[in-house]
Design a protein. Structure first.
Length: 94
């Protein structure tokens, strides 16, 4: 079983990704589901569709939803705000 940290580290090596944060999301069945919040590189030629296709091939049958953002939300201390990202999981149609 893959962890969110492993997926995040793998995504971070992709040439079209500047920042990434992956959160596990509870799925209704026993399958693992993840949301990947991605900030693309400037002038990146990869579209969301192309990136999703590449990641599906890389991770196989993993349930991975991708959300493209201009920037990751940060706390006052400059860390990624997991709480803000979790609220996006619940409120956004991703």
């Amino acid at each position: 079983m893959l962890s969110a940290r492993y997926i995040e580290n793998e995504l971070f090596t992709h040439h079209a990704i500047r920042e990434v944060c992956v959160l596990p999301v509870s799925a209704q069945d026993d399958e693992s589901e993840f949301h990947a919040f991605i900030v693309p590189m400037h002038n990146s030629p990869s579209s969301l569709y192309e990136l999703q296709k590449e990641l599906a091939e890389h991770f196989g049958g993993l349930s991975l939803r991708i959300v493209m953002l201009h920037e990751l939300p940060k706390t006052a201390f400059g860390r990624v705000s997991l709480e803000a990202l979790r609220s996006l999981c619940c409120t956004a149609d991703v």
